[in-house]
Design a protein around this ligand. Sequence first.
Ligand SMILES: [Zn+2]
Length: 905
Amino acid sequence: VRIATVGLGLLVVACSGGERAEAPKGSGSGSAEPDRRALAADANDLVPPGLRLPDGVEPTRYELSLDLDPASDKFHGSVAIGLRLAAPRDHVWVHAAELELGGVEVEVAGATRAGMIAPAKGDEMVAIDLGGVAPAGELVLRIQYTGTYHDDDAVGLFRRDVDGVKYVYSQLEAVQARRVMPCLDEPRWKVPWTISVRAPKSNLAVSNAPLASMTPDGDAAVFRFAPTEALPSYLVAIGVGPFAVIELGTVGERAVPFRVIAPAGTKAGALAVVRAATAPIVAWLEAYFARPLPFAKLDYIAVPDFPGAMENAGLIAFDVDLLLLDNTPAARAGYIELAGHELAHQWFGNLVTLAWWDDLWLNESFATWMADRVAAELATGRDHATAQRGEVETAVRADADPEAAALRRTIKTNTDIEDSFDAIAYEKGAAVIAMFEAWIGRDKLQQAMRAYLEAHAGGVSDSTGFLDAIERVSDAGVRAAFATFVDQPGVPLVTLERRCDGPTARIGVTQERLVPVDSATPVTTWRVPVCVRFPTGKPAGKAGRGKGAVAEGCVLLGGTAAEIDLGTPTCPAWIIGNAGDRGYYLAQVPAASTPPMAVLAPRERLGLVGDLEALLAAGRADPAAVTAIVPQLVATGEERDERAVLSLVGATEALVTDERLPAWRRWARKLLAKTVARTRVDGGAPMASGERQLRTERLMFAAFSLGDERVIREARARAERWLAGQRGAIADDDLGLVLGAAARGADRAFADRLLAKAAQLPVGARGRVAALAAVVQTGDPDAVTAALHAVSSADERDGEELAWLIRAAARTSETRPALFDLYADAAALAGVVETLGRRASWVLIGAFDEVCDTAEKATVLAKLAPVVTAIEGGDDELAEIETEIDRCVARRTALGAKLDLELGP
Ligand SMILES: [Zn+2]
């Protein structure tokens, strides 16, 4: 009877008698033997299932007990997994990695029997032999195991040492839960977790849910937590240590307690920003979603040396330095954006979870987009236009790569999952959401978001679920348009031109995919909402006295070409190709239609400059446009415009050959004369972060790109005082910048003094790293050799020092030979590779990403041969560098002659 329920196909296989070699050797009850043979012959199973777990085995709950002693290198665990089988089976697959699995028990139909770990192994999966066939329905699997802390990274359970005391933390996203417990480690499985932790008595344990009880147990205590809401494995979180628990009141409409769990000794006063800024963020999000914070508590856990933040339900992890903040507007704005992201995940990701990692954008794009909204509402003093434009440019840089992934991506391996946390999943998705929000209207998008959460709360969804929600609130065609951005990679390049030959003027609009000039363009068309602004030729109303009226026109560009009818015979004097910079596309208009900068909104100006820079990077811009717009942008006197043009002009430097560099410097200096004049070497009074950033960018441009004599002279005077040991001569933050500027074109004697000073300083000290990297700026090959020798042959080597120095030396043709000598010395190279560790390929090979010449490329490739063999994964990095160099050469070929005309003699 049981067999019959499995289906005819199985019986056919059983009759064929094909038993598999890897069928489990049983510890099971003998009575089930005939069934087992039949089931083992079923093709569905003992063949490892590949990346995904098979359907038909569904977890219903977990009871996880961990014995966590931070002083021991291993931890012990026991997990009970409630499973529901869709059909009878004699084994199941679970994820487990780096765990030593011990006893297995199976509780089925009220009886407990022994199971065992089957020999069949999948990719981070094991098969569990159920000790006989279990019927369709519920069973419980109990597994004892031992695991190891990951102390060198933040993966699975890991430890950090604070003042000689060890703490335990967790990071399970994306696919690391399997390093902490055997589980069905896919986000589609959302179930309650009942967690208990045994920890030394002097410690405290925390997890996603509130503490239910604490029981002493010898030298230890057992912390039992309430069952969680339905959670996927990647959101489970745990911490153990002698924590300071800082109560910060309550947040949200349900008055949820809010606490920070921090290393012992952390003072509440250091959390002033977090204390003041968090409740308003939660309140704003609750109002937006029309749903309360979906978890019973809100704890932050402050983790030392943690890469960023992680949205674990009810226990959000932050790097400790992201919470202990000076109470400045910049720090507050940074916190609001970061916390806005992690808190938005409590709804997007935690309440509604992606069904599979191919839709990671549903988590990250939404949180990124929402964080911008939160910051725009709550972070005063933040330059929202610059911040949001910066994200768009990050997205465009990634999306201009012909190999870029789509938002909904293909996942083939676990590595693909970990690699998908990138600029596409975060910034591109945020930019696409913002575009459609502008197209359908804020209220409509908000309705769609609320409907999406309502439909899937407590469960999972996917891109289709979100597009369904969009379709319900918007006009026909919006869903299909949105889908073209979800399913296709790349960013549209929209070219606009005036057509004034008919009874009414029109703007012609065409689209193609932006790709580098040397790559074959794959044919892609999107349904892009394109909006333009243009002058009507009529006088403006009262508000715009003296200026002409400006109108806006939009089209949903479906195929490769469309027209916007302006409804007036007047030919527009200019076109703003991306009105409000709301669209996720690059707009290109002919030079003769470029608007005067004064008519552009701040965000539109940044968009125009950013698009031009992206087109330069692709080898497809008109360099004449740079000469035309830069002086106008400098004239606005806005910090953000100045930073944008510094970046734009800087991007043209790589397009000129060494011989034409003097001409480029004359041209750039003329365009940016005001910037050079404003450059200050003296850090002076404390500055707001935007101002500080601008000062750094000016100084780098004046000293390193232009070789400005006044700036270098001033930097040298400061460096002299620093070399003479004068305290405070250069602020710590400025050491690299000022010493580097001072060393530009300096003689060997100055280089020797830098070397002598470096020798007096402890290995890895900031001043020492800065002094050694500054030696490279003198351009003296012998001095660079001496610096490399000092760092690479020292008894104590420091990875940070090596990385700085090597990357600096790789940048110019005069200093590269010193580096090549190091690469040719097998013993020295081996030591350097070991010290650099995981950074080795990025430092030793990746450092050559600025080479832009075919002959130089041949030399570099030849000299890199021994390095590539010495480093694991070296060939991949080399292939990337080759692509970078080829693209730069192609860009130079495409644009060099036109730029040359701009530079003049
Ligand atoms: Zn996130």
